[in-house]
Design a binder for this molecule. Structure first.
Ligand code: SF4
Length: 569
């Protein structure tokens, strides 16, 4: 299959370590992911490595999966590396292994099979639900992990020979060496989980000299390392947009958001480096996207906007806080002919926004909406979550009320501009994520979530120019199961694969009690499946934040220096 893209890396396979980097979703989804592109480039930076990409075929895709670059089969590789960002892609891992003729369980593979590894944010949140399918995980940021992984591979795993293909002679010995010597490497076969009678985890025991906990590995300093698009294609969400990562993590500490905790401390790149990246991007395309969990917190963003606000550059931002709209930012948005701006109030009421530590007021939200529209941006997208901890019927009603108030101010400004656009209200079901202050809370059930969506739809029905878009609570439930589960949950993935993705049949047949993972409040001292990883954030800090949430108290943002509040620095 030929893809319409630039930036493809083609290398000879002979005498090199052969890696197939797999995104377990379609080309369109995978290529929209900057992390996936970055890892592709990092693998290929080593001369002794050839890395090609593979994706899930679209709905009509039949037969074997082949690499994008040379059309080779996955089974020809030494290493199959899965890049995992979303738990809902987990079932595709099994489909891909099956199509490649590789046993799904790690324990059934031998030296003649490729090493199956995985990395990406979903893994360093909680690798346990897929632990039985993966030979080794690399937990943390690829730039910091790959050099020591390859050093170990050359030392103990693979003998490079220019005349013949490389390969593993003692995979198990290599994994042993990896687990003991490479920080961030997690080899599930060297750990055994034991359970209490009630199904909670009693212990997580090492079966060899592997570390008791796996440290998340990250780059302490991003100031000299740019992360930008390596391939450009019209076939992504961003359509030939050159993406630039401004930083990692977010200082705000919203209590529902894992990115605000697992990427601590928040790190931003200097404006001078980002300006160079923008110049590089502008030589390839006129569309530049600044991405990150917290773009509007970038120190010097106003300066960067002023320096790069040019006719031939259309700059856009992946996230902007409602309280961060400066005249310079608005002028860039205007110049870039941005048609739709996104505001994320996340909750409808002031009370619930305090519970989640959102840190913005209704006034901020209303004034941001009016500013955007009066600066010529015709459409607004509003993000809300339903099913948040402590949510009441009044909080759900408050979403409808807030949308109506935003609409009324929006309309006034739009009339003045003689251009009336549209407001899209996007509703997502809250999933309690590992390593957040809400990691102990139960998830709302599907019926209740559906009722809330219906209530909001009814409340906004007939309001002109307002559209409601809601995710499917059943999908959110599956996401929650795979983000909160332990190793037993892998049975569900195997069953789903056997049942060709029929979830109703799978959940009915599974011996695993899904309610146990979804709807149970965890005790503060319970050993959670993801406790195998150490992200550096103290559990006592998360516990304190959870208590403050229940009291409706907010906490200040992470100061990003000179503090020891959460334990990371
Ligand atoms: S220790 Fe302080 S500065 Fe460091 S990440 Fe935690 S809150 Fe931020």
């Amino acid at each position: 299959m030929t893809y319409n893209e630039t930036g493809t890396i083609r290398k000879n396979w002979r005498g090199r370590v052969r890696v197939v980097l797999v995104y377990p979703n379609t080309y369109f989804v995978g290529m929209s992911n900057l992390g996936f592109q970055t890892v592709y480039h990092l693998f290929n930076q080593t001369d002794d490595v050839v890395c090609e990409r593979a994706f899930m075929p679209g709905k009509s895709g039949q037969g074997k999966i082949r690499t994008a670059e040379s059309g080779r089969l996955l089974s020809d590789a030494d290493i199959i590396a899965f890049s995992l960002s979303y738990e809902n892609d987990y079932p595709n891992i099994l489909t891909i292994l099956e199509k490649a003729g590789i046993p799904r369980l790690s324990c059934n593979r031998g030296d003649n099979h490729p090493l199956v590894m995985a990395g990406g944010v979903a893994c360093f949140l909680n690798p346990e639900p897929i632990a039985r399918f993966i030979d080794c995980f690399l937990l943390g940021e690829a730039e910091a992990l790959l050099p020591s992984f390859f050093a170990c591979l050359y030392d103990r795993g693979i003998e490079l020979n220019r005349r013949r293909n490389a390969g593993f002679s003692d995979k198990s010995g290599f994994l042993n060496h990896l687990a003991q010597n490479v920080p961030g490497a997690y080899v599930p076969e060297f750990y055994r989980t034991t359970y209490h009678k009630d199904g909670t985890i009693r212990s997580f025991d090492q079966l060899c000299d592997a570390p008791a906990q796996i440290e998340r590995v990250f780059l302490k300093d991003l100031s000299h390392i740019p992360t930008c698009s390596k391939l450009l294609t019209p076939d992504t969400t961003f359509q030939e947009m050159f993406l630039i990562e401004v930083g990692r993590g977010c200082p705000r500490g919203c209590r529902f958001c894992s990115a605000g905790y697992i990427y601590r401390p928040p790190r931003f790149r200097p404006v001078s480096l980002l300006e160079d990246c923008i110049k590089q991007g502008a030589s390839l395309t006129d569309r530049i996207g600044l991405v990150g969990a917290s773009v509007s917190d970038l120190p010097g963003l106003t300066d960067l906007c002023t320096r790069t606000c040019r006719e031939d550059i259309r700059l856009s931002f992946s996230s902007l806080r409602a309280d961060a709209l400066t005249p310079e930012l608005l002028s860039v948005l205007k110049q870039s002919r941005v048609k739709t701006a996104t505001i994320a109030p996340d909750a409808g009421s002031e009370r619930l926004r305090r519970v989640i530590n959102k840190g913005i007021t209704e006034e901020d939200i209303l004034s941001a909406a009016e500013l955007l529209v009066s600066n010529g941006i015709p459409n607004l997208k509003l993000y809300f979550m339903i099913g948040l901890p402590t949510e009441t019927p009044e909080d759900v009603e408050a979403i409808t009320d807030l949308c109506k108030r935003i609409k009324s101010g929006f309309l006034e400004c739009a009339r003045a501009k003689k251009r009336i656009g549209e407001i899209t209200v996007s509703l997502s079901s809250f999933v309690p994520k590992p390593f957040t202050p809400f990691q102990w809370v139960p998830m709302d059930n599907v019926q209740s979530l559906k009722k809330k969506i219906k209530q909001i739809r009814t409340g906004l029905k007939g309001v002109a120019n307002v559209r409601v878009h809601a995710d499917m609570p059943r999908q959110a439930q599956i996401q929650a199961l795979f983000s909160r589960g332990d190793r037993k949950v892998s049975e569900i993935l195997s069953l789903a694969d056997d049942n060709r993705g029929n979830w109703a049949k799978t959940l009915k047949a599974a011996s695993v009690n899904t309610d146990f993972y979804l709807y149970r409040e965890r005790e503060p001292d319970e050993f959670l499946p993801w406790n195998i990883i150490n992200h550096g954030v103290r559990t006592s800090f998360l516990e304190r934040e959870y208590k403050r949430a229940k009291q409706g108290k907010t906490s200040p943002p992470c100061p990003m220096e000179s503090c020891n509040a959460c334990g990371v620095c």
